[in-house]
Design a protein around this ligand. Structure first.
Ligand SMILES: [Zn+2]
Length: 248
């Protein structure tokens, strides 16, 4: 049962009892739940942008076996996610903050990085270890996803909003997703400097508010986050190859 895997790009060893096939099946089940709860957007321009940015980030992501899918959901909630197996969801509410393709690439780079680094599986593995996820462990052994397991998975994958459970990623996982995400957006042809601008715009929303949007509560913007992004910027800029067709 003991499993250890290595995170691409950072080389960190992580605890992971969950096979990618099982993780992907949970990702699909959770994505189906989101599709049942939120209508798809009909804004053809915005859909085209999400698909384009999503495909460009996916093309540089190291996620073997992924079946990529990009959906823009109509919702004022400020949120975006990438589930295991490459299921990307963007809520129209976050487009106010991403502003343009590069801003969206910063978000999707970060979210795809969580999926590539198997942070959801890592979090489920940790909770199994401390005995908090008996049902998930049972299901992992039987490789069968029940709806209860899908709910636990939704929380572990960082999109507990569909079941009302808020479970922010650990600071370490957030930091790792920031670093990998920065490299992905640069390789996908988007200026990584825009990631700093995006997080600063989000951070402005945090000030003086008791309860900000979901994405901010699960992704708090502290000074450390901005400082770290600046620290990794030289490495990311070296990998930045502009493609010259960004829509501003
Ligand atoms: Zn995150």
């Amino acid at each position: 049962m003991v499993g250890c895997t290595t995170v691409p790009e950072t080389g960190r060893s992580q605890l992971n009892f969950i096979s990618p096939a099982y993780e992907f099946s949970l990702g699909k089940a959770v994505f189906a739940d989101v599709k049942r709860q939120y209508p798809a957007s009909r804004d053809t321009n915005a859909i085209a942008m999400v698909t384009k940015v999503g495909q460009r980030i996916a093309s540089v992501a190291n996620l073997p076996g992924a079946e990529w899918e990009f959906v823009l959901f109509e919702s004022s909630e400020v949120n975006a996610f990438c589930l295991p197996g490459g299921k990307i969801g963007v809520f129209t509410g976050i487009l106010r903050y991403t502003k343009d393709e590069a801003g969206l690439a910063a978000v999707l780079g970060h979210e795809v990085a969580h999926a590539v680094a198997h942070h959801g599986a890592e979090r489920m593995s940790q909770s199994m270890l401390i005995g908090l996820a008996g049902a998930a462990l049972e299901a992992a052994i039987s490789e069968r996803a029940s709806s209860r397991t899908a709910a636990a998975a939704a929380a572990a994958f960082g999109i507990g909003m569909i079941i009302g459970v808020e479970l922010p990623h650990s600071r370490a996982n957030e930091s790792e997703a920031d670093r990998i995400g920065l490299l992905y957006m640069a390789r996908a042809g988007y200026n990584p400097a825009e990631a700093v601008n995006f997080w600063q715009r989000m951070g402005e929303q945090e000030k003086g508010k008791k309860s900000g949007p979901w994405f901010l509560r699960t992704h708090p913007v502290g000074e450390q986050r901005i400082e770290d992004l600046k620290k990794w910027m030289i490495e990311a800029q070296l990998q930045y190859r502009p493609r010259g067709n960004e829509v501003k």
